[in-house]
Design a binder for this molecule. Structure first.
Ligand SMILES: Nc1ncnc2c1ncn2[C@@H]1O[C@H](COP(=O)(O)OP(=O)(O)OP(=O)(O)O)[C@@H](O)[C@H]1O
Ligand SMILES: [Mg+2]
Length: 276
């Protein structure tokens, strides 16, 4: 009897853990000028994964990421978020799906002249009526949540500082706190460390890793650095010319795999020490 219940419980846990949160189904994206951004992408990302997308400049990494929250419309196929079609969603349904997806940009996208707290609070905007937001009327719980998020990224003491008085790394961590305050199921980060030095890069990547582990938030990050991808990712997706050329655990991302993703160039550059 006990064993039966145990099995049931374990069985349920396995199902939850295996649940897909982002599904690309035969996704194509053709830009109006005829450039193929994505070609027949079929990808299934499970809840709690830390996925890193790599590929040469122009491979389609940003297009893929922006397709997930529909910042870019796809041309055909479908994308499901937590089993709901974001491709078909309209109005309120679309807003609710988007609320579950936080986004981090290379250029931070903060309101420079506003305080850190104000910036982080904007993560709550989708939870309230527009008029309240225009008046800046955030409930106390939101302010507490914003403060807690800043603590998570070790910036609590900067709460009243103006965003443009922070270093690049600090600004990126504010944008992570903003995404966290949104209480998302997914965080998308498009080259979050491209403009940061190596030490700050590690801090930002460590924050993302901790958020992934502590809250189980699914994270998809576009990166240029293969070494960082290997250091932080659990799964690597390789794109080349809009197509999926690799999808597997970090351990399988061998030099052979990198050749498939990058062509010959990367190995030559790696041999010369140009790739970090
Ligand atoms: N708005 C657009 N209109 C037309 N073509 C576009 C547009 N945005 C991107 N593209 C093209 O789509 C392809 C994929 O671009 P994307 O920005 O997704 O690449 P990426 O992998 O993110 O590159 P990078 O590493 O340089 O950021 C490229 O050929 C690019 O020129
Ligand atoms: Mg890009």
């Amino acid at each position: 009897m006990f064993f039966y219940f145990y099995q049931k419980k374990v069985g349920k846990k396995v199902t939850e853990e295996n649940q897909s949160i982002i599904s690309f189904k035969k996704v194509d994206k053709v830009y109006p000028n005829g450039v193929h951004g994505l070609r027949d992408l079929n990808i299934d990302i499970k809840k709690g994964e830390f996925v890193i997308v790599v590929g040469l400049s122009g491979a389609g990494k940003s297009t893929m990421l922006r397709a997930i929250n529909r910042l870019h419309e796809i041309s055909s196929g479908e994308i499901l978020i937590d089993n709901q079609s974001i491709t078909k969603a309209k109005g309120k349904e679309l807003r609710l799906i988007r609320r579950d997806i936080g986004m981090i940009f290379q250029s931070f996208n903060l309101v420079k002249r506003s305080s850190v707290l104000r910036n982080v609070l904007t993560g709550r905007v989708a939870y309230h009526p527009t008029w309240k937001m225009l008046l800046g009327l955030f409930p106390k719980e939101d302010k507490e949540r914003a403060y807690q998020s800043l603590q998570r990224v070790n910036l609590a003491e900067k709460v009243y500082t103006r965003a443009d008085e922070l270093s690049g790394g600090q600004q990126q961590r504010v944008s992570i706190a903003r995404a966290l305050t949104q209480k998302p199921k997914i965080i998308l980060a498009d080259e979050p460390v491209a403009s940061l030095d190596p030490v700050t890069t590690e801090k930002v990547m460590d924050d993302l890793k901790r958020i992934n582990q502590d809250f189980g938030i699914t994270i998809v990050v576009n990166l240029h650095s293969v070494e960082l991808a290997r250091q932080y990712g659990t799964r690597i997706i390789g794109l080349r010319d809009g197509s999926l050329v690799f999808d597997g655990p970090v351990a399988e991302a061998t030099d052979e795999t990198l050749r498939a993703i990058y062509g010959g160039e990367i190995l030559e550059e790696k041999a010369q020490g140009a790739i970090v």
